[in-house]
Write a protein of this length. Structure first.
Length: 354
């Protein structure tokens, strides 16, 4: 049977000051009635029974997740005691799914993405699932670039077909290379959406990350027992923080991509919101909240409640206002907001704003 794993961990440092440790970007309602996590969950549950949807998140998000998706069985909320990146999160869900359904096909989705054209998205996932049923392959969804993005990872494929072998992964190229990839038919954005058999990804984890696999096996044996939480914490203390892309996908020889013909937006940074948003005014601004502007173009302006943000003579800026913190930066510096948040964390007086 098909299961879905929704990754809802991490707090999105590049989306500070809206995204905080206690309320991360995937659980925020950014210009919508629902969070990106809720929207993704709604799409998935339209095709997969809730008992086969698994959410992996930080223990600190337990209360808000239960409020946002009250219909999900509690056993399907898998909370990590420590943050150890996506290889551990995916591995955790995979061993628990394997224990309940040894032949499971799993869809792995990130909750900080915005998906358009639901029917086309679900069709792509079905095509990937059918390919996964054929054998031991790992599939990733590739999105045809519509701009020379330097903040995304890319896939180079053998041929420009619907489903084809991945020749290599490319991490965040410079602008010159991104423009080259945009012109080629063999390069795609790596959407971070994966499809495979649970057993197949666990075999690859065993091969390339043996220490992680050994710990996951011990967690699997403890699942459902009184000692599960203690075992989980002890193993997570030993795990290294490794992404699934770096730890497995860049090394495995079993990687294929399925081309996704649907709108896709990654909430990686405020600049991503500006670049890929379809909701811009006549001057190219993305506005959320109360704003009055004059001669203001190509800006991201986000406010809250009745607080008015007034701008005059601005170009290519990001302005994000919250009750206790305000960010102002150039759009081309948006990726550095992560470093700014780390600097706040080092400051005893300022880390309360995270």
């Amino acid at each position: 049977m098909i299961h879905a794993i929704i990754l809802a961990g991490g707090w999105g440092r590049r989306f500070w000051p809206k995204s905080r440790k206690a309320l991360p970007k995937q659980l925020l309602c950014l210009g919508s009635r629902h969070s990106s996590f809720q929207n993704l969950f709604a799409i998935v549950k339209s095709q997969i029974p809730k008992k086969r949807i698994w959410v992996v998140a930080n223990q600190g998000y337990a209360e808000i997740l239960r409020k946002q998706i009250p219909s999900l069985p509690r056993r399907n909320l898998l909370f990590e005691p420590l943050s150890r990146n996506t290889a551990a999160a995916i591995g955790l869900a995979s061993v628990i799914i394997r224990k309940t359904d040894p032949d499971a096909i799993t869809l792995v989705l990130s909750s900080d993405q915005i998906i358009g054209k639901k029917a086309a998205f679900l069709k792509t996932l079905k095509q990937a699932a059918n390919k996964a049923k054929e054998g031991d392959v790992l599939l990733t969804i590739g999105i045809r670039p519509h701009r020379p993005a330097t903040e995304y990872g890319y896939l180079k494929t053998a041929k420009a077909k619907k489903i084809c072998k991945v020749k290599r992964f490319i991490e965040k190229p410079n602008l010159t290379r991104a423009k080259k990839y945009l012109r080629s038919k063999n390069y795609f954005w790596n959407a971070g959406i994966f499809v495979w058999k649970a057993e197949t990804i666990l075999k690859e984890i065993k091969k390339y990350l043996p220490g992680l696999y050994s710990g996951l096996e011990r967690i699997e044996k403890a699942w459902g027992s009184p000692g599960y939480k203690r075992r989980l914490l002890n193993e997570y203390k030993r795990f290294k923080a490794v992404s699934i892309t770096y730890g497995i996908m860049e090394k495995s020889r079993k990687i294929y991509t399925v081309r996704g013909n649907f709108p896709w937006q990654d909430l990686g940074s405020w600049d991503n919101l500006a670049q890929d948003s379809g909701q811009k005014d006549s001057c190219g601004n993305v506005i959320q909240g109360l704003h009055q502007g004059l001669d203001t173009c190509n800006c991201v302006i986000v406010g809250e409640g009745k607080h008015l943000i007034a701008t005059l003579g601005l170009r290519d800026l990001i302005i994000v206002h919250t009750p206790d913190a305000t960010l102002v930066c150039r759009k081309d510096q948006a990726q550095k907001v992560k470093q700014l948040s780390k600097n706040l964390e080092k400051n005893k007086r300022l880390k309360k704003y995270l």
